[in-house]
Design a protein around this ligand. Structure first.
Ligand SMILES: Cc1cc2nc3c(=O)[nH]c(=O)nc-3n(C[C@H](O)[C@H](O)[C@H](O)COP(=O)(O)OP(=O)(O)OC[C@H]3O[C@@H](n4cnc5c(N)ncnc54)[C@H](O)[C@@H]3O)c2cc1C
Length: 351
């Protein structure tokens, strides 16, 4: 959370309730540990699934794993087990998941708890809201980091996400403070609609086990398998952005196209798993992602060079620029382009 020129008019309590205690649209539950004692500790798993949908507590869940060597010692390994759920009564408890995690860990690695020295136990509940990022609700207060809801609903890599947006945000905050555009509307332009983020929500829904499901318990694994197989065929330009948590229109369109050609029989199950309303909503975000990419590729260079030629002393232009700059940064972040030149453009204007 970043507070611009603090005024003691709003309590933090009021601020943290921007969503007014609304139930999240999705939740990712994570449990795991950092433990010493793994002799075979030279590989990492970004996302690994070793079973189909199974029951934990009263709930059906699809479990995923992530594991990598930890920096604290050659035998130290961090292991997470996570699952995406639709939050409701009866959802699994973290204790139940942790219990499950230790059993499966022993089964799959052959390392029992007795042979491990637990350094740290990890657990977390990551809520997701479909209407993210969260626009500023109050004058002079800007949500920042996880509080702004810019993290992916699939990876929850909020730190990585924050670093990707840091250049845009620091320039934007500088301009907002300098131009005194610190009302909630202006600050909201720094947390704009992001079609790539909204489009990612479908992936979370596709990876959450339904409680009364009419799809096979292997569906999620099959979907992941065919997607990764297609991305691998399409090679690095497609696979790399996805693994780096960057959703781009071109790679996404190519992957979906290839999945449809390679495994068309999976499409009816996708409809059943995520539901028609979610798919219709997603199509809108996918279209917008394409539109933003088009603007970023063709309109951005023209508008940018026009602004660079403008007389920077014209005060009236500052507002237009602020609006343009937010939109432009928004387009670039959403289309996956880099925005290295934003700082250059803003520096020219505020001289
Ligand atoms: C198990 C796990 C694994 C993760 N792995 C990754 C990863 O691999 N890659 C990645 O990019 N991200 C990862 N993340 C996410 C990453 O940790 C977060 O996105 C990042 O820490 C967000 O930083 P932040 O500063 O926005 O929020 P936080 O780190 O949550 O900081 C918010 C701070 O505000 C404090 N606070 C809260 N309320 C108040 C209050 N009322 N008054 C004062 N202080 C308050 C909190 O105590 C906290 O210190 C992981 C998270 C978890 C839990």
């Amino acid at each position: 959370m970043l507070t611009i020129r603090q005024k003691p008019t709003l309590s933090v309590l009021k601020f943290v309730q921007i969503r007014s205690g609304r139930k999240p649209d999705g939740v990712c539950l994570v449990v795991g540990s950092c433990a010493r004692g793994f002799k075979d500790n030279s590989t990492s798993d970004v996302i690994y699934s070793s079973s189909s949908v199974k029951k934990v507590g009263d709930s059906e869940v699809q479990l995923f794993w992530e594991a990598f060597p930890a920096g604290s010692g050659p035998l130290d390994r961090t292991t997470y087990m996570f699952t995406y759920i639709d939050p409701q009564a009866g959802s699994p408890k973290l204790e139940e998941l942790l219990e499950h995690c230790t059993t499966i860990l022993a089964d799959s690695t052959g390392v029992t708890l007795d042979n491990l020295e637990i350094q740290r136990v990890i657990y977390g509940i990551f809520p997701t809201y479909r209407d993210s990022p969260l626009p500023a609700a109050f004058n002079r207060i800007l949500q920042f980091g996880d509080a702004s809801g810019i993290q992916s609903p699939v990876s929850f890599g909020g730190f990585g996400s924050l670093t990707r947006h840091l250049g845009r945000l620091s320039t934007g905050v500088y301009e907002a403070v300098r131009g005194d555009f610190v009302d909630s509307y202006s600050l909201s332009l720094l947390n704009p609609y992001m079609p790539n983020l909204s489009a990612s929500w479908l992936f979370q829904r596709a990876m959450s086990a339904k409680q009364q499901s009419d799809v096979s318990p292997d569906f999620i694994n099959e979907l992941l398998y065919v997607n990764f197989q297609c991305m691998q065929k399409l090679s690095d330009p497609v696979l790399r952005p996805f693994l780096q948590d960057v959703i781009k229109f071109g790679p996404l369109a190519k992957t979906l196209g290839l999945v449809m050609l390679n495994k068309p029989q999976i499409i009816p199950s996708i409809f059943k798993q995520v539901g028609i309303p979610v798919l219709v909503d997603w199509s809108g975000h996918f279209f917008m992602l394409g539109y933003y990419t088009l603007l970023s590729t063709f309109a951005d260079p023209v508008i940018r060079s026009s602004f660079e030629k403008c007389d920077s002393s014209l005060v009236g232009l500052v507002w237009i620029f602020w609006r343009f700059h937010s939109f432009q940064a928004e387009i670039q972040n959403n289309s996956g382009s880099r925005n290295d030149n934003c700082r250059l453009v803003s520096a020219t204007l505020v001289k």
